[in-house]
Design a protein around this ligand. Structure first.
Ligand code: KG4
Ligand code: ZN
Length: 357
């Protein structure tokens, strides 16, 4: 091996040992989908500064994320976003002690932008690098909002790409209890919103429309969601909405879209809340957390809180700014991983279908 690289490795492992003993300043980067984000932390839960640039206006005209446009926008924005986060934190590049970056799951080109940037900083400044699983980041968003929350607990992660019920046994140690067999909850929100003529991203738009509707106007059933296990299915509910719209259109019958939105939301929210509380009870956990973009949904937060308290379970959900994609949550998960002594090599690659360990 090149002598410079050997020297670098030794310097980096010394820095990691110091970081484990004394902590330090960590830069976190998130570019897995349509948010370019950076954050600076001085402890796992010590956020000094953060910056997020959302690409929503860019993708809205196409009704969804266009991967190639997402990658290009990350390339353009990541530098300014990182500098903004450092400025807010009052930290310079030379004061950094470690770098964390999302390396999966997500869009390959989008992930590669962040991974390449993080590797560049780690190499040029001689810093330890840690690749973070995006889902683990979402779970860690709860640590940023609740200083007292410690594993073990059960967590429902509901995002645009995932609907998982996970037992968080320890920091970085998970066991999967249930997941969607088809669409993710956020994906179903986005698709139904599109069928109702709402703009991207559909989740927040559908939630707003649902406020004006009757949640009991329609009963959208799913036998899997009403069954015993912890897996979900959302594509049947989505198809039921689409069929309802088509049939009414063919017959020229008027429909109240707000009632459809409210009833769809109720079906999804009830399934998510009921299964996650039952999962917590099944493994004897008295703590239940929510994470992922759909955790910004007020109906889901309120229903889960009420359902959990009925069984004496404490409920946690992140502040709104940590619900959708951000780098603070990646920094929190990455910080804990470094404290455990984990690092990633400079050969770290993007892993689009990365599973939770
Ligand atoms: O976690 P996230 O920002 O990105 C992924 O990792 O997928 O989640 C985005 C998803 C989208 O499907 C979006 O429609 C959904 O979260 N979402 C919502 C709400 N806010 C975001 N779904 C329902 N209600 C909301 N208020
Ligand atoms: Zn996400």
């Amino acid at each position: 091996m090149d002598i410079d690289l050997v020297n670098r490795q030794e310097a980096v492992s010394e820095k990691l040992q110091k970081f484990r003993r004394e902590g330090g300043i960590l830069l976190a980067i998130e570019t897995s989908c349509d948010e370019t984000a950076a954050a600076v932390l001085n402890a796992p839960r010590g956020l000094l500064g953060a910056s997020v640039h959302t690409q929503i206006p860019l993708h809205r005209q196409f009704g969804g994320v266009v991967p190639e446009l997402a990658s290009r926008s990350h390339v353009e924005r990541l530098g300014p976003v990182v500098r903004d986060a450092l400025l807010k934190a009052g930290v310079t590049f030379d004061e950094l002690d470690a770098v964390a970056v999302t390396y999966g799951p997500g869009l390959v080109g989008a992930l590669l932008t962040g991974v390449s940037y993080a590797k560049g900083i780690a190499l040029s400044k001689g810093l330890p690098l840690i690749g973070v699983n995006h889902i683990e980041g979402h779970i860690a968003a709860n640590y940023l909002s609740y200083s007292e929350l410690e594993p073990p607990f059960v967590c429902l992660i509901a995002s645009g790409g995932h609907s998982h019920i996970v037992l968080v046994e320890d920091y970085g140690c998970f066991s999967l209890m249930g997941k969607t067999r088809d669409d993710a909850a956020g994906e179903a929100f986005d698709k139904v919103a599109r069928a109702l003529g709402l703009s991207y991203p559909g989740g927040p738009a559908l939630e707003k429309l649902a406020l004006e509707g009757n949640p009991n106007a329609y009963a959208f059933h799913s036998s899997l969601n009403e069954g015993e296990g912890f897996d979900f299915s959302f594509s049947g509910i989505k198809t039921a909405v689409v069929n309802l719209l088509h049939n009414a259109q063919q017959k020229g019958e008027p429909l109240l879209f707000a009632d459809i939105a409210a009833s769809f939301q109720r079906a999804v929210v009830n399934a998510l809340a009921e299964k996650s509380v039952r999962a917590a009870l099944a493994c004897g956990q008295k703590k239940l957390a929510l994470a992922g973009g759909v955790s910004a949904n007020r109906a889901l937060r309120d229903t889960m809180a009420a359902r959990a308290s009925k069984d004496g379970i404490s409920f946690y959900c992140p502040e709104f700014r940590f619900c959708t994609d951000n780098a603070a949550m990646i920094g929190c998960a990455g910080y804990y991983a470094l404290l455990r002594g984990e690092t990633s090599p400079l050969s770290l690659n993007a892993v689009p279908a990365l599973a939770l360990k």
